[in-house]
Design a binder for this molecule. Structure first.
Ligand SMILES: [Zn+2]
Length: 656
């Protein structure tokens, strides 16, 4: 493990707090040290208060901040002397502790200080760094973990047995540190949890962390426990419908739609195909705070009901011994392991599912290395239950606001790179859906850089290309719940007397035939949508009111309209709703080139400006107006509606 300290970068820091930010980010950059909000850092400073007196202040990482991207504002300033007094108390509940921390901050807008604040306060060093380093966890979670730690570190670390993070752990450390510390002490190991380093400067504390963790890595190498087996040549066997079925079952157990990402690569396949996976994976997480995201155990195979029953039994057993009544979390698995597909990770959003997968990737390494040391072991279930059902997490649960409308759901939008399609992507993302955008234009691939968007270049006239795109959608998110059929072309104005069969067929191929294939291929996925499948067809005013010179377009949209109505009849029994919107004169789209616009205006004997707002309401209809309606048609307002056609055209006297 290398120190990432850089003199030039560090020289830009003007004070100790900025140096604290700098080395915190260095820790955060190395994922084998710190993952997703894990770990915390602090610095003790002396500051003048408003009355000119010196005050000791602990700046500690606030909750909601990630070390990789933390800023000075992410550190909460807490009165250090008060924290040291708190540490003297015999007892302090977690709820009281959180209250005391919040009421002794020096900046009202600061985030809630870390749960490990009092522990940081008790360590007599200016800078304190804490991580859940992979290498350290592999050693402490192996047989005779404590002896191994002693062998690696001698008297350079203080060793603390496992105690749940919070006031009791802080008190234990406050008592043990002075007892065990020597002149050589540079760190503190919390068995089955993580490691602390400390120092007089940001650099010293950071580099001690690197040095301490490197020693654990070197130990693993020397013990032949470093190299992790990779999967042999046999490729993954991924069946799109099986994955969608699995996500359906996981969502049913969770009581809400879930995103499920499949990760079939060398690392996950090797782990899922280990001969001992049924035991190795069933001990528990490598450090307790993972339990909140990954649950205690992954599911082996696809029997979600059996998993849920096991979870209910675990809850029942441990909740009975809890001091306060507990509310059971959903019993659905977050990780599934399978020899065919490797690993599937579930979460209420694409971001959550990605975090779950990343935590488990590191866990697989730790477990395999500990196994190579003689056998991976985790904390007893009751300790993990205590963290999973910690009072403050339960309180968060009770407070938690309503999730976004389409949280955990997946929408597929065609023609997503521009115009109405692009606006539909935005409208659905804004409502919490994960969105797969298809377009023949490669620009779709870079439309959004975010976990919940997948842009795929796809020629919709190629059935094979659509199949591949759907497979990628299912691998990324687990299914397709909403389908927005938007892609279409509008050829230049042409009278029937001059319309060639070739031009006609080209319009039909995209506006009509491609949608038949999409509907057919998506049908089994829509049937598995946790809240019922929805299809929205972006039709056209030309369906009820065709225009001269637009025969191919009008005919294709009218045929698509009938196709949608028949689908509404056929798929109602599957709980799938199909509704259409008929926009008119939406000019901020790709098909409305200046040329087409001028041609159409002329057709009606109007200027371009008159043509733009040529409707009953004299209003301009924009892509966003159509997209918002399409997005709402997938929601509860239209829950009892199928086969409907809604104009979004400012009112058209030929339609009304
Ligand atoms: Zn920790």
């Amino acid at each position: 493990m290398q120190s990432l300290w850089n003199d030039k970068e560090a020289a830009k820091c003007r004070n100790d707090l900025e140096l604290r930010v700098y080395t915190s980010r260095l820790l955060g950059r190395d994922k084998t040290l710190v993952l997703h909000g894990g770990g915390n850092t602090s610095v003790k400073l002396v500051q003048k208060n408003l009355f000119g007196a010196d005050e000791n202040v602990l700046y500690i990482k606030g909750s909601g901040w990630d070390l990789e991207t933390i800023e000075a504002a992410g550190f909460s300033p807490v009165q250090l002397d008060y924290l040291l007094r708190l540490a003297q108390l015999q007892e302090l509940s977690d709820t009281q502790m959180v209250n005391e921390l919040a009421t002794h901050m020096l900046r009202a807008s600061a985030p809630a200080p870390s749960i490990e604040t009092i522990l940081h306060a008790c360590l007599p060093h200016k800078f304190v760094d804490h991580t859940h380093a992979d290498a350290l966890l592999a050693v402490t979670n192996a047989p005779e973990g404590e002896r191994r730690i002693r062998e690696i570190y001698g008297d350079t670390v203080v060793i603390i047995p496992y105690v749940m993070p919070g006031f009791d752990l802080a008190r234990l450390c406050a008592r043990e540190y002075p007892r065990q510390a020597t002149a050589a002490t540079t760190g503190m190991v919390l068995l089955n949890h993580g490691i602390f380093s400390f120092g007089d400067s940001a650099r010293q504390s950071y580099e001690r962390m690197i040095e301490l963790v490197s020693r654990a890595e070197n130990y693993l190498k020397a013990q032949g426990a470093w190299q992790i087996p990779m999967a042999s040549g046999t490729p993954a066997r991924i069946d799109m419908l099986r994955q969608a079925q699995l996500r359906h079952s996981v969502s049913a157990a969770a009581g809400a739609p879930m995103i499920m990402a499949t990760h079939a690569d060398e690392q996950t396949l090797a782990f899922a195909r280990r001969a001992d996976v049924a035991t190795l994976s069933q001990h528990g997480p490598v450090t307790p705070d993972h339990v909140i995201r990954t649950k205690r155990l992954p599911m082996l195979g696809a029997d979600v009901d059996a998993y849920a029953r096991g979870y209910q039994a675990y809850f029942g057993e441990h909740a009975a011994h809890a001091k306060e009544p507990k509310t059971m979390l959903d019993p659905a698995p977050r990780i599934a392991l399978d020899a065919d597909f490797g690993l599937a990770a579930a979460g209420r959003s694409a971001k959550d599912a990605a975090i779950v997968a990343e935590l488990y990737r590191h866990s697989m390494q730790v477990m395999q290395r500990a196994q190579a040391l003689g056998g991976y072991r985790a904390l007893p279930a009751r300790d993990l239950f205590e963290v999973e059902y910690w009072d403050l997490e339960q309180a968060k649960l009770r407070k938690g606001g309503a999730p976004p409308l389409y949280s955990g759901e997946i929408a597929l939008v065609t023609g997503a790179a521009s115009g109405i399609g692009k606006a539909c992507v935005a409208a659905l993302l804004a409502r919490g859906a994960a969105v797969v955008g298809l377009d023949v234009n490669a620009a779709v691939e870079s439309l959004h850089q975010r976990q919940d968007f997948l842009g795929l270049r796809c020629d919709l006239t190629d059935e094979r290309a659509i199949t591949l795109a759907l497979e990628r959608a299912v691998i990324a998110y687990g299914g397709v719940d909403m389908l927005i059929l938007n892609a279409g072309i509008f050829a230049a104005s042409r009278r029937i007397s001059e319309l060639t069969a070739e031009e006609w067929r080209k319009v039909m191929a995209i506006n009509l035939d491609a949608n038949l294939v999409l509907l057919r291929l998506c049908h089994p996925l829509l049937k598995l949508a946790p809240k019922g499948g929805r299809v929205v067809v972006i039709g056209s005013k030309n369906v009820p009111a065709p225009g001269p010179g637009a025969a191919a377009y009008s005919a294709s949209k009218a045929a698509l309209n009938q196709l949608a109505r028949v689908a509404a009849l056929e798929w109602g029994a599957d709980g799938i709703r199909i509704n259409s919107v008929h926009p008119n004169a939406v000019f901020d789209t790709a098909i409305w080139t200046e040329e087409v616009l001028a041609q159409r205006a002329k057709q009606y004997g109007l200027s371009v400006d008159q043509y733009r707002t040529n409707n009953v309401l004299r209003t301009e209809v924009r892509s966003r107006d159509v997209a918002e309606l399409a997005a709402e048609m997938c929601g509860p307002l239209f829950a009892k509606t199928t086969g409907a056609q809604v104009p979004v055209d400012g009112g058209n006297d030929r339609v009304i």
